[in-house]
Each structure stands twice: as structure tokens, then as C-alpha cells.
Design a protein around this ligand. Structure first.
Ligand SMILES: [Zn+2]
Ligand SMILES: [Zn+2]
Length: 204
């Protein structure tokens, strides 16, 4: 990071100089000016397909895409510990599919790779007050936690939510806390990059 700090010796002019957003934000906070933290107008964001937020209500967000690119359960130990849950349920979205209503305000970050609460990618994003985990922000994508989506009170609405965020596979199944007999694709580690296993973790 040091090499792209202001005055860090780069001979190239900073293309951002003169832009209001850059002048207003110190360079280390420039991430707040891009999705999903940049506050966008309704017109720009488009039709809202889902709304969600944390338990205490301080953090709210909107999603402009009906279905994630992919949804999965991650059974890795890191997810078990950080979520205090048997596994993590994550739905992959483009960053521009999501918009935090209060921008970056009220959010807390934890980059588990480096064990720091400084904003560094990839990072876990939660409510700074009630600590509800909201998503993992990667370098290119966001892994939103569908448990934080608000759906209506009717069974139809619940069914729609279940269908939209239904998983296509399990990952890091070798570290699981329970067997899940759903017949879905299961990877011992990362998807597409580890062994396929059955519901009981046996290599297939
Ligand atoms: Zn909260
Ligand atoms: Zn995991």
C-alpha cells in the first residue's frame, strides 16, 4: 500500500485530483466512495429487490438483484468461530448490487486473514453496535448473509426468499460440524478446487 500513498514516488499524476469525492475523502477512506458503501440515489440504484439489515436496525441495505450469482454453505472452522454457528450461509453478489443506506456509517470490519479491525480486503462486515454479521467483502465480490434479508410475514414471501437464496453447494465440508443429507454438491475444501464428497464426507 505504501507505494501508492500520496507523494509515494509515483511519477504518474493522480487521476483523482480535482474530483470532489477525492478531495472530500482522504485516500485511505476512498473505499467509502465506491459500492457498496457509496450512497446512491434511487434512480441510479434501480429497482430494489431485497432489503436487509442487522438485528438492532442501525445497519440497513438494499439489493437490486433478484438472485445471487451463487449461494453456498461454508463449513470452514473460521466461519464456525466467527459466526458462532455450525456453518455460514453466503450469497455472492457484485458489489454494485448492494447499497448500504447509511454508507459506511455504523459498520465494523474484521479482516480475519490479518486479524485486524482496520478496513482491509477481504474483510468481514458487521454492525458496529449489535455485531450482526452482514457480509464478507472480498476484493471483487460481496458474500452477503441471507439471514439478514427482511422478507414479509407470509409463507409465500418466505418461500420466495428460500428459493432465491437456495444454495448450490457446500464448501469446506471436511471441517463440518454435522452431516447434511440434502444431496447437494459438496466440496471437501474450496469449490472447483478440492475433492467432491458425499453427504457423509466420503470422497466420490
Ligand atoms: Zn445492529
Ligand atoms: Zn468459511
Amino acid at each position: 500500500m505504501a507505494d501508492d500513498a500520496p507523494g509515494g514516488g509515483s511519477p504518474l499524476p493522480n487521476p483523482g485530483v480535482g474530483l470532489g469525492s477525492v478531495e472530500k475523502y482522504p485516500k485511505e477512506l476512498a473505499w467509502q466512495t465506491r459500492p457498496p458503501y457509496r450512497v446512491v440515489s434511487r434512480d441510479e440504484f434501480g429497482e430494489v429487490k431485497w432489503k436487509g439489515g442487522c438485528h438492532c436496525g442501525r445497519v440497513t441495505y438494499e439489493v437490486n438483484r433478484e438472485q445471487p450469482l451463487k449461494a453456498k454453505y461454508c463449513h470452514c472452522r473460521g466461519c464456525q468461530v466467527v459466526h458462532g454457528a455450525p456453518f455460514q450461509w453466503a450469497a455472492i453478489f457484485q458489489k454494485s448490487d448492494i447499497s448500504f443506506i447509511n454508507g459506511a456509517d455504523g459498520l465494523a470490519f474484521y479482516a480475519s486473514d490479518r486479524k485486524t479491525t482496520k478496513y482491509e480486503l477481504p474483510t468481514k462486515v458487521s454492525c458496529a453496535y449489535c455485531r450482526t454479521p452482514i457480509m464478507d467483502e472480498g476484493r471483487n465480490m460481496c458474500l452477503l448473509f441471507p439471514g439478514t434479508i427482511h422478507f414479509g410475514d407470509s409463507q409465500e414471501e418466505q418461500d420466495a426468499w428460500m428459493k432465491a437464496f437456495e444454495i448450490s453447494c457446500h464448501i469446506f465440508y471436511s471441517q463440518r460440524s454435522l452431516n447434511i443429507l440434502d444431496g447437494k454438491q459438496k466440496w471437501s475444501g474450496m469449490d472447483e478446487n478440492s475433492d467432491l464428497v458425499d453427504d457423509y464426507g466420503k470422497k466420490v
